[in-house]
Design a binder for this molecule. Structure first.
Ligand SMILES: *Cc1c(COP(=O)(O)O)cnc(C)c1O
Length: 367
């Protein structure tokens, strides 16, 4: 889908906030720690190519979730190291080699499959994923890793990295975190050779657990200026949100008591009210659960009344405003702030999901 650039609904992306956030988050890391930006899912809705380009002078590499995301970066001219965090189909191995993209090995079964398919493994760089308690992907025993390493070396593949992923780095209670950390260090201590890149930290672990920094960190969410814990833990310093979302009033009317608004006629005006319409709806990621949420017009919170439609939403205004008046859905307006976190809480989800759901129909404007 092409972005709708002839519609006054725009996500503004302030690219310079990325390097500000990066410097803040990594200012206390040991010298030489490699910094990788996680740009999966179109850089959490911010635009992977634009984010990668912006950071290219200050970042050591990128993490993505699948091969297509890696290829998108390569095809846009990015030459930095790229690590695919997910499991790729075996037939991606030749492209990975050709395009110099590092792959994750998460099980012996995957490795055996790769050998059986007789793809050219020599020269391909791999990171071994260790499942220390997240329970999604990875080796659970160092025995299996040792077996893999023997075969990997024999095939001429490159043992570039080993990593794990924390399930609770963003929570106050660090019991599970410590359990995962000690499992990871135990696995590392049982291996005869260690690769150059050893990594465990996502944004939350980088912010709140500097005991778990090895030789590299994988930064997602915090780079985009969000608090990875939602509201559970305070940020050690303020970060700058990279994205704001704005629309405009395209229709304004005064409605008499008893008239209803939207599908299902779920909202009927009690008194004479001013209703404004915005060109954004659930097809843009403004989910139907946001009925009753409020956005900002001229320094006033204005409630979304009636159901959210596919392409439009209606709000109750304090007075008549001219067409074209700015409406802030994410960001600041007249001294008020509508954060992604506030949206997420109202919708019963987390801010990661809110950003990822902002669809490609929304025009992104890069500053
Ligand atoms: C998404 C992801 C990250 C980044 O997580 P943030 O919380 O956004 O920093 C790091 N590592 C892995 C394996 C991931 O899947």
């Amino acid at each position: 889908m092409k972005p709708s650039s002839h519609r006054p609904t725009t996500a503004h992306i302030f690219l310079e906030h990325l390097s500000y956030n990066l410097e803040k988050i990594t200012q206390d890391l040991p010298r030489g720690t490699k910094r990788f930006a996680v740009v999966k899912a179109d850089a959490y809705g911010h635009g992977a190519v634009e984010v990668a380009r912006e950071l290219s002078a200050v970042i050591d590499g990128y993490c993505v979730s699948n091969m297509d995301e890696a290829l998108e970066l390569r095809q846009s001219g990015i030459e930095h190291p790229i690590l695919v965090l997910g499991v790729v189909p075996w037939d991606c191995i030749p492209i990975a080699k050709q395009m110099n993209i590092s792959l994750t090995i998460a099980s012996l079964a995957w490795w055996k499959g790769a050998q059986q398919e007789k793809h050219e493994i020599s020269g391909v760089a791999f990171h071994i994923k260790v499942d220390t308690g997240m329970g999604r992907l990875g080796f659970q025993s160092s025995q299996e890793i040792k077996q893999l390493l023997q075969e990997l070396t024999a095939e001429g593949a490159v043992f570039e990295g080993i990593y794990t992923h924390f399930a609770t780095a963003d929570q106050e209670d660090d019991c599970q975190f410590q359990r995962q950390l000690s499992r990871f260090t135990a696995v590392l201590s049982e291996l005869e050779q260690l690769p150059p890149m050893i990594h465990a930290s996502n944004s939350a672990a980088t912010l709140w657990h500097n005991d778990a920094i090895f030789t590299m960190v994988r930064l997602g969410n915090a780079l985009y200026g969000l608090n990875p814990s939602g509201a559970e833990l305070p940020l050690p310093y303020p970060l700058k949100p990279v994205l704001s979302l704005e629309s405009e009033l395209v229709h304004v009317k005064t409605v008499v008591p008893g008239e209803c608004i939207g599908y299902g006629a779920t909202y009927c005006c009690q008194e004479t009210e001013v209703i404004g319409t915005l060109p954004i709806g659930y097809a843009d990621g403004l989910t139907r659960s946001l009925q009753g949420y409020s956005v900002i017009v001229d320094g006033h919170f204005c409630e979304i009344v009636g159901r959210v439609s596919m392409d439009q939403v209606t709000i109750r205004l304090p007075k008549e405003y001219p067409l074209g008046t700015k409406v802030t859905l994410i960001g600041r307006n007249g001294g008020l702030e509508a954060s992604v976190q506030r949206w997420a809480e109202y919708a019963g989800t987390i801010h990661y999901e809110v950003l990822c759901l902002l669809s490609t129909r929304i025009n992104r404007h890069y500053h």
